[in-house]
Design a protein around this ligand. Structure first.
Ligand SMILES: Cc1cc2nc3c(=O)[nH]c(=O)nc-3n(C[C@H](O)[C@H](O)[C@H](O)COP(=O)(O)OP(=O)(O)OC[C@H]3O[C@@H](n4cnc5c(N)ncnc54)[C@H](O)[C@@H]3O)c2cc1C
Length: 441
């Protein structure tokens, strides 16, 4: 049985490794780029290492950890100070605990905090509605804290708009906790208590050599099975199998499209393509600012998210050199700013000078001091971060229905069931199981 995986981003690499692990040897992974990795890339210059997209991995993870071991990708823990996170609100940096104590943080009024603390008493919704993240958080935690939490979660994970994102699709854990325990706080505490003693809690890790090295490890693991510079034009159902057409035609029993939904739309038949083309994403700009500490004084910690009242184009600033000192030369700092997103998509089209001017000024405002970086790097993600807006679940169900009529065609990647790297690993396991089970029918 031959499986062709289109796309050698992390989703494609993980899926291929799971297929091989499941005993399916005839796997071919193609990518239009010569290098593997997709959006992830480690930009190295002047002793700085800037991660263009994902920079950390939450480990251990039941699906991601075995894949990393198999690929031979080493990981190290981030600095302990990474547990410190901040919110920039009312013109100052406020520490935000990553525990339920966050509800007591001075990021909203006292009245809002009191209302948030009453969350366990709020009656659960009947659960049929696909509500926005903003609506869900306000309903559970009240207007003040709910708006703040929804904003931070939407910015921090999706660079998204909390009024458009679906609570259920974008943050399924939150809605599951409510349906399991009638309350997010009670559900979280219940899960915490039921965690087996001695079980390690997932924490942020860094791939040794950067995310670029992880992509390279994936390609090395695949060896001749990886073909770069192989741009696929169409994927056509042909008899009992599939024809994957690119620089040459490859026949396959199964095809895994590990490309964005918008890219997949151009490869498949018009009926499926029309549904895939409805996917939404938000362009973001990543700006690396580096320099001697006195010109870029970064506090200890993981980073800061801008609150809803900040009015900044910057959604957040990661303190790279604080939690991952090897990413900057000794004595120097590196900040990774993520800007634009669903609320400021136009930023991605600004010229470099205009982006640098606004980002420098906003980082100065956030850190409370002028910054004068000697290293500046801009990465534009025009295709952007997928947005799981209201209706995303219904869209996935519609796709599942269409795939039912196209046996052997599979969709994976961050456009569908999770934008984080660990969720790509879970999806890879699910796709490989589906294909392997098919083999035994
Ligand atoms: C700024 C930013 C920060 C992030 N931070 C984190 C983080 O801290 N933690 C985390 O877990 N995740 C993070 N992510 C998300 C993470 O980077 C993504 O989930 C992941 O890299 C997506 O991988 P993918 O394989 O699904 O897609 P992609 O990387 O987009 O890969 C798709 C591949 O398909 C190829 N392709 C497309 N069309 C064709 C074609 N016609 N023929 C052949 N090949 C084709 C492309 O060249 C590409 O290589 C971040 C993302 C961004 C942008």
């Amino acid at each position: 049985m031959r499986v062709v995986v289109v796309g050698a981003g992390l989703a494609g690499l993980f899926t291929a490794s799971e297929l091989i692990e499941a005993g399916i040897e005839d796997v071919v992974v193609v990518d239009k780029e010569h290098e593997s990795g997709g959006v992830i890339r480690t930009v190295r210059r002047d002793g700085f290492s800037l991660e263009a997209a994902a920079g950390t991995l939450m480990l251990p993870h039941p699906h991601l950890s075995p894949i990393l071991d198999r690929l031979g990708a080493g990981v190290v823990k981030v600095e302990p100070s990474a547990s410190l996170r901040y919110v920039f609100t009312r013109d100052r940096l406020v520490p935000l605990p990553s525990t339920p104590k966050a509800l007591l943080a001075p990021i909203v009024s006292v009245g809002s905090k009191l209302r948030a603390l009453a969350e366990p008493l709020v009656r659960a919704s009947p659960g049929s509605e696909d509500e926005s993240l903003d609506h869900f958080c306000r309903r559970r935690f009240g207007d003040g804290m709910g708006r703040m939490l929804a904003w931070l979660a939407a910015s921090g994970v999706f660079a998204g708009d909390p009024e458009l994102l679906s609570a259920r699709s974008a943050f399924p854990t939150l809605t599951t906790l409510e349906s399991e325990a009638g309350s997010v706080v009670r559900g979280g505490m219940r899960r915490r208590r039921s965690r087996p003693a001695g079980m390690t809690r997932p924490s942020a890790h860094l791939p040794v050599g950067g995310m670029g090295a992880l992509a390279q490890a994936g390609a090395s693991f695949l060896g001749d099975r990886f073909r770069g510079g192989f741009d696929i034009a169409s994927v056509i159902h042909d008899g009992s199998g599939w024809r994957v057409e690119g620089p040459e035609t490859i026949r396959a029993d199964h095809v895994v499209l590990a490309v964005r939904p918008q890219a997949a739309a151009a490869l498949v038949d018009p009926a499926l393509g029309a549904v895939l083309a409805r996917a939404v994403s938000a362009p973001v700009v990543v700006v690396g600012l580096g320099g001697p500490f006195h010109r870029l004084p970064l506090p200890p910690g993981f980073g800061v998210l801008a609150g809803p009242d900040s009015g900044t184009a910057s959604l957040g600033v990661l303190f790279e050199s604080s939690y991952a000192p090897a990413r900057a030369p000794r004595g120097q700092g590196l900040a990774k700013v993520i800007a634009g997103g669903a609320r400021r998509p136009e930023l991605v089209d600004w010229d470099d000078a205009r982006i640098i001017e606004i980002i420098r000024s906003e980082v100065g405002q956030i850190l409370g001091t002028d910054v004068d970086p000697s290293f500046i790097e801009i990465v534009r993600h025009h295709a952007g971060i997928p947005q799981y807006e209201i209706g995303h679940g219904a869209w996935l169900a519609e796709l599942d229905g269409l795939l039912g009529d196209r046996p052997g065609l599979h969709l994976t990647g961050w456009g569908y069931r999770g934008v984080g790297v660990a969720l790509l690993a879970s999806d890879a396991v699910a796709s490989a199981n589906r294909i392997a089970n098919h083999r035994h029918v």
